[in-house]
Design a protein around this ligand. Sequence first.
Ligand SMILES: Cc1cc2nc3c(=O)[nH]c(=O)nc-3n(C[C@H](O)[C@H](O)[C@H](O)COP(=O)(O)O)c2cc1C
Length: 433
Amino acid sequence: MFHLGWFTNFAPPPWEGQFSGHNGETWANGRFYQDLAQALERARFDYIMLEDSSMVSDAYEGSSRADLKHHLYAPKHDPLALVPLLAAVTTSLGIVATASTSFYPPYQLARTMTTLDHLSRGRAGWNIVTSSEDRAAQNYGRTKLQEHDGRYDRADEFVQVVDALWNSWDDGAIIQDRETGRYVDHTKVHTIDHSGEYYSVRGPLNTVPGPQRRPVICQAGGSPRGKRFAAEHADTIIAQSRGPERMKEFRDDIRRLAAEAGRDPDDIKVLFIVSPLVAASDAEAQELQASSKAQAETNVEKALAHLSALTEVDFSQFDLDAPVTQDITTNGHRTTLSEFLKLGDDGRTLREVAAGWSISAVDLVGSVESVADRMEEVMGYVGGDGFLMSGPMTRTYIGEIVDGLVPELQRRGLTRSDYLPQGATFRENLRSF
Ligand SMILES: Cc1cc2nc3c(=O)[nH]c(=O)nc-3n(C[C@H](O)[C@H](O)[C@H](O)COP(=O)(O)O)c2cc1C
């Protein structure tokens, strides 16, 4: 069996297509995402994961035009605020929201996550990111983001602080003793007195420990330093390695690093990003893929503006009809950039590579039976642990996956047909196989 997650954000879903109507409702009130969460729970997904960033990008052409025209990085609303709305309409789905160690103070993050863990009855997850953009840093009083590996050093200390805060209340601290009139036993609540390179935090936290105490930790770093960080702290890792060999290599690497850090590798679930395209038959799915490729060729700008935002490299400066320049570096999303550049290894032009750019680990195109076959085969080869769905956020697409593909996976016993009994936490569900 393998796990399923759904990768999205709190941003506008596609709006131009024939079936992209949302009954005149705005996505911004969260209702669309509540419907999505319920659909994912119906299909027994382990979690929904909400990515985030904190800026309007002007990396492409030095202007926010392309970012805003194609709503790539903005608008994007705060995913943490969406968590209780999703929790209110579901019972077992894990809900992961992104928050950056470069911008949040650890005390505030620990407090908010604990509050969300209560509100979701033990289903909160935190996607730890270090952020990738100077433009975001400039919204928090800095001119530049810290250097790539240094950001992870800071994140290590951040995690040390929030872990200490989450443990600053012992079990049994709440006594509610009517006889003595004591609500909390103060001897079970401790300061943490952290004083480190980046943070100075006294503690204790002023919140009661959540059902999970420590929320589920999700991470996505794919660089060597990012992988080490993830292997040390994460419960689930979202990965974008391309092809079964590199997927297996990535997972083996994480498991080795986890063991080196003294952890049980089975406590980490590595989910690989995929965007399955399913239709009534293989031929129909291939036709749909061909037409979406043709569409992408007319919109190379969208792909390059997105990549520019992720890397803060202005891709409008390069000749579209020349081979992809290979010596590009970034202080932002290193893995995404190197995966993109690899696609141009064979001498294809920037236009061709941008038109075909996808972060899907493997191509999954066909009938639900063919796609399920391929998913089974790939997971068998990789060794586990699951897939993270990422595709167009239309109700049609969500239905195809949730009510088309997943029932076929369940029928084969490849994905879960139920959660643990209600009341089990997100982490317990994640570790149940
Ligand atoms: C699937 C995926 C999702 C990510 N989501 C976010 C996100 O929501 N916010 C963010 O700032 N970075 C996000 N990142 C970036 C990573 O967290 C990480 O900061 C980035 O990949 C740079 O680290 P690396 O060089 O170790 O890969 C994501 C990366 C991947 C692959």
